[in-house]
Design a protein around this ligand. Structure first.
Ligand code: UTP
Ligand code: MN
Length: 496
């Protein structure tokens, strides 16, 4: 696609120090070394611009090598440029400026290399290499590092209320927009103190900016408070907080005039399914956050149960706790084995054992529907096809270091906890781990990035290159990031 320029016939320069020596007007800027990408620019324009820059005292390298500091391209299609750059195997690529032609023309006009600004950057190239001198905030969560420390809670909590309210009304666009905006603010290492602080940030629209301004001025938002006091919002929020009750059911109950749990439980015409019955039965416990110590205790229990069944099992903590969260709504584990096909029947064996131990309070098992020959699937589905089970386990206080996470002294000495187990085949392990580690927003943007920037399809099962028409193999999460041309983001930096 790109033509690697052929070295000039006359002399082959091996040492960069010589590079500028024979130029007519002498080199003025020793520490800036340009390279002009021929693609889109064309051969003759490239040589014209090279002459121009050299006449102004710039060093222009004919060959792209590690001495180059500024790469200038007229091709602003980030994905193809990136693929080519990656193929060049530069050691210092992360520190090189990858710029569009505007930086070049500005520099020519000024007669000196101008400072690199955001507008000069080829979008989505630089954020791939954060740490560059003018790192910008990427529109993709998978190119941002987001820890559990949120410096802008006051804004992100307000955005989440709006997003939720749109979600209840099935208005998808604005819902997603508020989630994206919230996610950008979560990634900031500083607290937004004025609207000016948000100037160069992506994904912040008119509505979000108005909200930020209002909160900055009054410490709260009228719009958010209106939603919070709205009866429909309150009721839907209450109903969906029950395990097994989704927005559809909540809406149905609301329409029938039900407003409280006792309304629902005393309404004779309502038939609760098994999941909802369990949800109401253990409501107090399940709606209380799970602590890290409780997650660790559950890890021991799952470990013990799985290893009693098969010794070569692989068990990994995933979900929010893998991202370093202090509290979660459940605990997620990947459970598998290197023995091909065995993963399909592993979970029923595990839950049988938990039942024998008398700690299985609820089990919703979903058998595997995974079929590699039906992939790639072009339409994203929320659920993956691996065998999985949604459980409620009885956790004894004595198993938890420092005791249970309860408000008052709980005389029962145990609590109910939600646990999810998923069991992918071993060769799908990395994809499942990446998918289940989350956060949801991080996953959404990984898939969006893959699709839009790399022409690839990513889900919990596969990574598929649409250009090459092939599946890309991965044994670790790092392999997947590398295939996508993304800097590796640690699990604790994925709290987008
Ligand atoms: P969770 O809903 O458990 O979220 O899903 P979480 O990030 O751990 O947060 P809390 O603390 O429990 O509330 C974990 C990840 O697993 C993915 C979700 O998209 C999320 O990123 N997931 C969940 C799937 O990919 N498939 C599923 O069937 C369920
Ligand atoms: Mn979870």
């Amino acid at each position: 696609m790109f033509h690697t320029p052929i070295a000039p016939r006359v002399r082959k320069r091996s040492r960069p120090a010589e590079a500028g020596a024979p130029r007519r007007e002498g080199v003025k800027f020793e520490d800036v070394r340009l390279y002009l990408v021929e693609r889109k620019m064309g051969c003759s324009r490239r040589s014209f611009l090279t002459q121009l820059a050299r006449s102004k005292g710039f060093i222009v390298e004919d060959i792209l090598s590690d001495v180059v500091t500024h790469i200038v391209s007229e091709d602003t299609q980030a994905s193809s440029l990136w693929t080519w750059l990656k193929g060049c195997e530069l050691k210092n690529l992360p520190s090189v400026h990858v710029l569009d032609i505007s930086w070049f023309t500005d520099s020519m006009r000024e007669g000196r290399p101008v400072a690199v600004e955001t507008r000069h950057l080829i979008q989505d190239i630089l954020p791939t290499f954060p740490g560059g001198p003018t790192a910008t905030v990427s529109q993709y969560a998978c190119q941002r590092r987001t820890t559990t420390e949120n410096n802008n809670k006051i804004f992100t909590e307000a955005f989440e209320v709006l997003a939720e309210s749109y979600e209840f009304n099935e208005i998808e666009g604005p819902c997603l927009a508020f989630r994206r905006a919230g996610s950008v603010l979560k990634s900031l290492t500083f607290e937004v103190r004025s609207l000016g602080d948000t100037q160069d940030l992506p994904c912040l629209g008119e509505h979000t900016k108005e909200l930020i301004e209002e909160i900055l001025r009054h410490g709260r938002s009228f719009e958010v408070e209106k939603i919070l006091s709205d009866e429909r919002y309150q009721t839907l929020k209450l109903f969906t907080s029950v395990f097994g009750v989704g927005p559809k059911t909540a809406e149905k109950w609301y329409r029938r005039g039900l407003r409280s749990f006792s309304d629902v439980l005393t309404e004779p015409s309502i038939q609760l399914n098994r999941m909802q019955q369990t949800g109401f039965l253990h409501y107090e416990d399940i709606s209380r956050a799970v602590s890290k110590a409780e997650a660790r205790a559950l890890g021991n229990i799952i470990d013990e149960a799985v290893h009693a069944i098969t010794l070569d099992a692989v068990i990994a903590l995933t979900g929010g706790f893998r991202r370093g969260k202090e509290f979660g709504h459940d605990v997620d584990f990947i459970v598998t084995t290197p023995e091909p096909g065995r993963e399909r029947s592993l979970l029923p064996d595990v839950t049988d054992r938990l039942e024998q131990q008398g700690i299985l309070l609820y089990c919703d098992y979903q058998a595997s529907t995974f079929d590699m020959s039906k992939l790639p699937c072009h339409r994203f589905e929320a659920m993956d096809h691996f065998a999985k089970c949604f459980l409620i386990l009885r956790l004894e206080a004595s198993k938890v270091e420092g005791g249970l996470n309860s408000t008052e002294e709980d005389s029962r000495g145990w609590r109910a906890v939600r646990v999810d187990l998923v069991s992918p085949p071993m060769d799908r392990y990395a994809f499942a781990l990446l998918g289940w580690t989350g956060s949801r927003q991080f996953e959404r943007d990984l898939r969006r990035f893959a699709r839009l920037e790399r022409r690839m399809l990513l889900d919990n099962h596969i990574l598929y290159d649409k250009t090459k028409k092939e599946f890309l193999a991965a044994t670790t999460e790092k392999d997947i990031f590398a295939h996508l041309g993304l800097e590796y983001i640690e699990p604790w930096q994925r709290n987008a």
